[in-house]
Design a protein around this ligand. Sequence first.
Ligand code: G3H
Ligand code: 13P
Ligand code: ZN
Ligand code: NA
Length: 281
Amino acid sequence: MLISGKLGLRNALENNYALPAFNYTNLEGIKAIIEAAEEMNSPVIIQVTQGAIDYAGFEYLRDLGTGAAARSKVPVVLHLDHGKDYNYLLKAFRYGWTSLMMDASHESFENNVNIVKEVVKMASPLDVAVEAELGVIGGKEDDLEVDEAIYTEVNEAIEFAKQSNCDSLAIAVGTAHGIYKGEVKINYDRIEEIKKASGIPLVLHGSSGVPDEMVTKAVKSGINKVNFDTELKLANLAALNKFLTENPGVYDVRKIYKPCIEAMKEVVKAKIRACGSENKS
Ligand code: G3H
Ligand code: 13P
Ligand code: ZN
Ligand code: NA
């Protein structure tokens, strides 16, 4: 069933696990996420970016997301990932999204607070959760390439949570969007310090390419939502390449996409295990 983002985060916070959050852009992706979550008996966040909306259309993604959530045996949060344009946030809110990210991390601290505050004012009375971001998360995100991540400062995070009233906070602690060029390094102490001082659910972005044990350690340090996108895309593509190489001449797309769904399901299941959300639905 579709649940409020606030409720999903509260359950994760109280029971010391993280909600796994997966990006979707089409039917195959959403089927993989929901089926895997059901088989693992895990709550799950399904999320779309503005880029996904531009690709598939807002209404199609709404119908896919709310339809899948309504039919699902596990709790599902429908989230807007990296919302930057207020028009997308407003539309998602009106369309029934139960969680919204207002990513104004590129703004000054003060502007970031004020922008997030406005969204909280709109969303909170209807139990819609608001995620904010503080610091600069590395890697490729939409069209933005960030070379050097700036870690989130503890004192700033406390102040930000207090002033903005956001429900969760994405922090920069070493992860990066997309594929990692070198070794992944996570500042677990920073996660712990921010969590202890603020008490707010923390969000880890850029989690594709992070070994499962490191994800688990980050969750134990205080992360309550973990975002995965690229690894689903890579699993999909690898399965597609393999099938087409091994089965030249097959043109029935249903046969072609079946192993793609299966490959994505395996990734989702591994991430659910890493987040500790199995059997928490
Ligand atoms: O930050 C989230 C994604 O990894 C970027 O996805 O290409 O749909 O914007 P996108
Ligand atoms: P990855 O693509 O590295 O998994 O990052 C996903 C993400 O943070 C979505 O917001
Ligand atoms: Zn992200
Ligand atoms: Na990544």
